[in-house]
Design a protein. Structure first.
Ligand SMILES: O=C(O)C[C@H]1C=CC(=O)O1
Ligand SMILES: [Mn+2]
Length: 389
């Protein structure tokens, strides 16, 4: 006979959203914006039995990267999603997601953060890590690349050499697409030459090129020895993406073009990409990320664990989903916490030997540092300090 199961039945009592602004360790330059800080939306969920869960929704550069900002995500949670979920069964994540999807269009970042918090709380109640709730981990550590995006080639090379020496990263992604494409290619070729044949260099164009620029530039990137080209053209230009994927040997990865399983199906049918970048926020949660991965796997398409530069909570939530993916041929870019100068969790994720390591702790396995959260939250009460003569 089975032992008496721990109970998972309780109701959702409250859902709180908090915007947190954290400085980055250096400027992070992308095609569409340069980051100096990250704004995370932290979701805290409390259940009637006292169990709690956390989640995170993070975007890049306000509305510069995608169509959901921290502020719009907070509004969606506070005004629409939380009232819908209060009093609902906290243990039935599928039912909670279906309810949200029935009543609220879009808002995938907010839904992902709430689903994460539900899974975290359920994991705490059952004494199981989130990856076990997703069917079990096929890996509990995963490779993590680093993005070189300081805006300065010499600094990028020094940064990469230091990170290889520290055994933190040995794959590097270069953010290009800003400015002259020929200068972009020269920058990549310089870094590739400086780091040598052994080091895998990938590039992310973040939709910046038209098809003819992409044709010319990818040919040169291929010559320079680049190993993967991410989202060279606009997300809607899927026919162009397919032509580029057919034309070049270097694999083409879809990022902004793919959100969930429906996109995965269409992109697979169109042979538009060799690799898909998964992100829990794009997919609207961990469960939908796994559905997206299942479509890729069925179509023989490689998987890559992507990031929206989330902090520790969002990155660890992503890692739980990626742990349960059928394959993770292209590793991950879950370095977000390392780009931040400080954190709001008590113990930062475990990055060592070029990988991120997950624990077997219940839920996500992360705890909020209340003092840090109070310090970095955007709405914190600033106490007036008396000035004495
Ligand atoms: O993929 C993106 O475009 C977003 C993100 C991931 C790594 C990074 O530096 O930016
Ligand atoms: Mn990308």
């Amino acid at each position: 006979m089975n032992p008496t199961p721990a109970t998972s039945s309780t109701t959702i009592e409250s859902i709180e959203s908090i915007i947190v602004d954290l400085p980055t360790i250096r400027a992070h330059q992308l095609a569409m914006t340069t980051l100096h800080r990250q704004s995370l939306v932290i979701v805290r969920l409390r259940c009637a039995d006292g169990s709690t869960g956390v989640g995170e929704a993070t975007s890049i550069g306000g509305l510069a990267y995608g169509d959901q900002s921290p502020e719009s995500t907070q509004l969606a949670i506070d005004t629409y999603l939380a009232p819908l979920l209060i009093g609902q069964d906290a243990g039935n994540v599928n039912a909670a997601m279906a309810l949200m999807n029935r009543h609220v269009q879009g808002q995938s970042y907010a839904k992902s953060a709430i689903e994460t918090a539900l899974l975290d709380a359920l994991g705490h109640r059952l004494g199981q890590p989130v990856h076990a709730l997703l069917g079990g981990a096929l890996r509990t550590s995963m490779p993590v690349l680093w993005t070189l995006a300081s805006g300065d080639s010499a600094r990028d090379v020094d940064e990469a050499l230091g990170l290889m020496e520290a055994r933190r990263h040995r794959v590097f992604k270069l953010k290009i697409g800003k400015g002259d494409p020929a200068a972009n290619v020269a920058h990549v070729a310089h870094i590739k030459r400086a780091l040598g044949d052994e080091v895998l260099i990938t590039v992310d164009v973040n939709q910046a090129w038209d098809e003819t620029t992409a044709q010319r530039s990818i040919a040169a990137l291929e010559q320079a020895g680049v190993g993967l080209v991410e989202q060279p053209v606009a997300r809607r230009h899927r026919a162009a993406l397919a032509r580029l994927a057919a034309r070049f040997d270097v694999p083409i990865m879809a990022d902004e073009s793919i959100n969930g399983p429906e996109d995965a199906l269409e992109l697979a049918q169109e042979a538009a990409a060799d690799v898909f970048a998964l992100k829990i926020s794009k997919a609207g949660g961990l469960l939908n990320t796994l559905r997206t991965a299942a479509v890729a796997e069925a179509a023989g398409i490689g998987l890559y664990g992507g990031t929206l530069l989330e902090g520790s909570i969002g990155s660890i939530a992503s890692a739980h989903a990626f742990a349960a993916c059928p394959q993770l041929r292209w590793g991950t870019e879950l370095f977000g916490p390392l780009l931040l100068k400080d954190d709001i969790v008590t113990a930062r994720p475990d990055f060592r030997d070029f990988e991120l390591h997950l624990t077997q702790a219940p839920g996500l396995g992360v705890s909020v540092d209340e003092d840090k959260l109070a310090f970095y939250r955007r709405d914190r009460q600033r106490t007036a300090v008396a000035v004495t003569a």
